[in-house]
Design a protein around this ligand. Structure first.
Ligand SMILES: Nc1ncnc2c1ncn2[C@@H]1O[C@H](COP(=O)(O)OP(=O)(O)OP(=O)(O)O)[C@@H](O)[C@H]1O
Ligand SMILES: [Mg+2]
Length: 234
C-alpha cells in the first residue's frame, strides 16, 4: 500500500532522513520509533506532502505521491495527525471533524453525518457539541484521529497520539488504532509510548540520525543490540 523508497530529506547541511525504505500494507500497524530528532516527523512531512523528499520516492499503491502538495496527498488517500495539535479550539468537536469530511463531501449535511459517525467511532459522541478546546488531551487526540479519518484515508499517519496520556487513556487510544486497522487502513505510528505501540504493531521501523537501523517484529527489534544502544537502553 504505502511504499517509502530510498527517501532522503536534507535541510541545508542537515540530513534529517537518509536513504529510508519500508512498506506498510493495508490492515497493518507499523510503528516508527527512535530518539528525539531521529527524523520521524520529517518522514511524515515527506509522506503527507508537506516537504518534497530531496531524493527517493513515495508511492501509494501504484501512484507516486512524493512531491504532491498536502491536499493532493489527502485526496490520494494519505491522512495524518500532527505532533503539535492543530485542533480548531473554538469550533465544536463535530465541526472539527466536518473540516476533514468536506474534502470529499459536497454537502454540509453529509459531512455532519460523517462527522457524527466518526465521533462515535472514536468514542466522542458525547462531546460533539463542545468546543474542541474544552476537551481533555486524550479526547483531543482522538478528535484529531477522527478528523484525519474523515478524509477517507487508505493510510493514516499518527504522530505521538499517545504522548502524555495515562495508562487507561493509552488503552483507549490503542483500542481506536485496532479498530482503524480492522477497517483495512494502513497505520503508520510514530510513538515514544512503547507500551502502547509494541503490543499492537506488526512491524517496528527504527530511525536513528535519519537512517533506518532496524525493521522487524516488535520482539526482534526489542532485542536488537543496535536498537538497544541507540534508543531503548538496557
Ligand atoms: N523544517 C525544518 N527545517 C530545518 N530542520 C528541520 C526541520 N524539521 C526538522 N528539522 C530537523 O530535522 C531533524 C529531525 O527532526 P524531526 O522533527 O523529524 O525528529 P523526530 O524524530 O520527529 O523527533 P521527536 O521524537 O523529538 O519528535 C532535527 O535535527 C530537526 O531539527
Ligand atoms: Mg517528531
Amino acid at each position: 500500500m504505502l511504499h517509502v523508497e530510498r527517501v532522503t530529506k536534507r535541510f541545508g547541511g542537515l540530513v534529517a532522513n537518509e536513504d529510508v525504505s519500508f512498506d506498510v500494507d493495508a490492515g497493518q500497524i507499523v510503528g516508527l520509533i527512535g530518539p528525539n530528532g531521529a527524523g520521524k516527523t520529517t518522514l511524515f512531512n515527506c509522506i503527507a506532502g508537506y516537504f518534497p523528499p530531496s531524493a527517493g520516492t513515495i508511492r501509494l499503491g501504484a501512484e507516486t505521491v512524493a512531491g504532491l502538495r498536502p491536499e493532493q496527498c489527502a485526496k490520494a488517500g494519505i491522512a495524518r495527525t500532527f505532533q503539535i495539535a492543530r485542533t480548531f479550539v473554538s469550533m465544536t468537536a463535530q465541526q472539527n471533524v466536518m473540516v476533514g469530511a468536506l474534502l470529499h463531501e459536497r454537502s454540509v449535511r453529509r459531512a455532519r453525518a460523517r462527522a457524527d459517525e466518526l465521533l462515535d467511532f472514536v468514542d466522542l459522541s458525547r462531546a460533539a457539541e463542545r468546543p474542541a478546546g474544552s476537551l481533555t488531551i486524550s479526547e483531543q487526540r482522538r478528535l484529531a484521529v477522527a478528523r484525519a479519518l474523515a478524509t477517507r484515508p487508505r493510510v493514516l499517519l499518527m504522530d505521538e497520539v499517545m504522548a502524555g496520556l495515562n495508562p487507561s487513556e493509552v488503552r483507549e487510544a490503542v483500542a481506536v488504532v485496532l479498530r482503524i486497522r480492522d477497517r483495512g487502513i494502513a497505520c503508520l505510528i510514530v510513538e515514544h509510548v512503547l507500551e502502547g505501540i509494541m503490543p499492537i504493531a506488526d512491524r517496528i521501523v527504527v530511525l536513528d540520525y535519519g537512517r533506518k537501523i532496524a525493521d522487524g517484529t516488535p520482539a526482534a527489534v526489542s532485542s536488537d543490540p543496535a536498537v538497544i544502544a541507540a534508543y531503548l537502553g538496557d
